[in-house]
Ligand binder design. Structure first.
Ligand code: TXE
Length: 503
């Protein structure tokens, strides 16, 4: 695949070519902002790519106008069956290019290529899943009452935007674009400025799948702008969140930025908002847990993507009766995984670097703070002297107000505390402003379900962790988000019900 660094705004037509009837559609365009950014490898700080075009206000306006034109055109009038064909083709193309696309995440944000490629396969599955929904959103009909019949139909919201974080750039695109396109919305996506290039390559797949122009000028004009992919930082994100011609925005990122998006959405045109935000998820390990299983989830699964996963159970609580042995074994596991670092492009690498120098300095700062807030069991330092690698770190018995215990670190850093009773464990688990995910390890299913019912979060994993199965809704309660992605709920967020009363 060629490597594009321009904006994928699907509506630039060369007037010269129009004159000569040899219509050329320019999908990849330079930013009108004149601003560019460079990406450096978090593995060795070498230049990965420069001159990546950065969208400004005018570029966002162009993308929104393209999406609006497409929405008013043929796309939202296509039958579900026809949209399904394009989504399925797109999924097949993604699967075919998963390794190349994943390599951009490995080079740009240090995601181990094994992780990035598997996430690529998941993205193809997401498009296949939502391709199945294109003609299955049913309406309702209500019995006549006083001579009035009621029909409820679900209509595509219109022009939708997505903003994503860097730890799963392409996954967040898929989770947002697939349901939107499935129901006939049009879409503008702004990935994270920390890993934008893999996303931009998707434009080639968009073209090949058949979203954009066919051969006839009328059709070409009507299909332009169905999918647009732009690069930018919080400034471009703010323009999208406040844009008067965007009907809905779906955001994945920090609580801080999510609140800004919600605020701008309200102050502009009250666009619909879904927020997938951060977490500081608890894990409760009871005395009757399968210890080996709990250790696997608290080490390998926790360290997946170098701990840069919003659902990572970074606050782990262990029943006091099994704590000494569990902590000793967990220490050994963390020290074992410390040896699995290496080039993110090496299939054998499990532990990659943190995404960039800013995140590296942020996590290193927490390690220093943590040394005065808790007992350091292992780790606590950078790993090596090149790249942004951090030793997998365990802090034990943090103070109740410890920053490492209260704040999301988003790295390979876990805190451990012990508990005596089930009631105390639930109280500790819920003592946080977040509510994204939780884990419960126990051999008693009645206890597992009893505790799951009491935990305040959008998801609870019993004897497992970081489960993501697309048919079920995913998202956070409390300050971890608003709304859900995945499953039927994920599709309904891109539809508006309309009640038609018939006399
Ligand atoms: O977040 P940021 P990061 C969370 C994770 C962590 C954060 C890490 O918990 O807190 O994401 O990602 C854009 N207006 N999740 O550091 O800074 C920015 O350009 C509009 C939760 O990237 O919030 C980027 O594209 N946009 C998630 C995106 O927002 C703004 C899973 C995220 O940036 C903006 C993964 C603004 N004011 C990570 N400021 C989940 N729950 O699923 C920044 N952006």
């Amino acid at each position: 695949m060629t490597s594009h660094t321009q904006l994928f705004i699907n509506n630039e037509v060369s007037s010269f070519h129009l004159l000569h009837q040899s219509l050329t559609i320019f999908q990849y365009v330079d930013a009108k902002s004149g601003e560019t950014l460079s990406i450096y490898s978090p593995h060795d700080e070498s230049l990965v790519v420069d001159n990546v075009q950065v969208a400004g206000q005018a570029d966002v306006d162009t993308a929104v106008a393209a999406a609006r034109a497409a929405f008013k055109g043929e796309w939202s009038k296509w039958t579900g069956a026809r949209r399904q064909q394009v989504l399925l083709k797109f999924a097949d193309l993604w699967e075919k290019h998963a390794a190349d696309l994943g390599a951009w995440e490995a080079k740009s944000m240090g995601q181990p290529i094994s992780v990035a490629t598997s996430l690529g396969g998941m993205c193809a599955s997401i498009f296949r899943y939502y391709a199945g929904w294109t003609d299955k959103v049913l309406g309702e009909q209500y019995p006549e009452n006083e001579g009035i019949y009621k029909v409820v139909q679900y209509e595509p919201i219109g022009v939708c935007a997505g903003i994503g974080a860097w730890n799963g750039s392409q996954l967040f695109f898929a989770m947002k674009a697939a349901p939107a396109l499935a129901v006939g919305c049009t879409f503008i996506y702004k990935g994270s400025e920390k890993s934008p290039v893999g996303l931009l390559q998707l434009g080639e797949l968009v073209k090949e799948a058949g979203f954009p122009p066919g051969r006839h000028e009328k059709l070409i004009r009507q299909l332009l702008g169905v999918v647009n992919i732009i690069t930018g930082d919080g400034r471009a994100g703010s323009v999208l969140a406040s844009h008067m011609d965007v009907n809905k925005i779906s955001f994945t990122g920090s609580v801080f930025a999510g609140k800004k998006v919600q605020e701008l959405a309200a102050k502009s045109n009250l666009k619909r908002v879904v927020l997938e935000l951060g977490g500081k998820s608890p894990s409760l390990i009871f005395e009757d847990a399968d210890i080996e299983n709990a250790l696997n989830h608290t080490s390998q699964n926790f360290l997946f993507n170098t701990g840069q996963a919003c659902v990572a159970a970074s606050r782990t609580f262990i029943h006091e009766s099994i704590a000494p042995r569990f902590i000793e074994q967990l220490k050994a596991r963390f020290e074992g995984f410390s040896q699995t670092t290496g080039s993110p492009l090496d299939p054998k690498t499990f532990l990659g670097p943190l995404v960039d120098v800013k995140q590296f300095e942020r996590v290193m700062n927490y390690l220093e703070i943590g040394k005065s807030e808790a007992e350091l069991v292992t780790g606590g330092t950078r790993k090596g002297d090149t790249g942004f690698y951090v030793e997998p770190t365990i802090f034990l018995n943090p103070k109740d107000d410890a920053r490492i215990y209260r704040e999301e670190i988003f790295g390979p850093v876990i805190t451990l505390r012990t508990f005596k009773t089930e009631e105390e464990a639930v109280q500790l688990a819920n003592d946080t402003e977040y509510g994204l995910s939780a884990c419960v390890f126990t051999s008693s299913m009645s206890r597992g379900l009893r505790v799951a019912k009491q935990i305040e979060s959008g998801g609870v994993n019993i004897n497992t962790s970081q489960v993501f199965q697309l048919e079920a809704p995913f998202g956070g309660s409390k300050q971890s988000g608003i709304g859900r992605e995945g499953g039927k709920q994920g599709i309904m967020h891109y539809l508006e019900p309309k009640t038609v009363n018939i006399k």
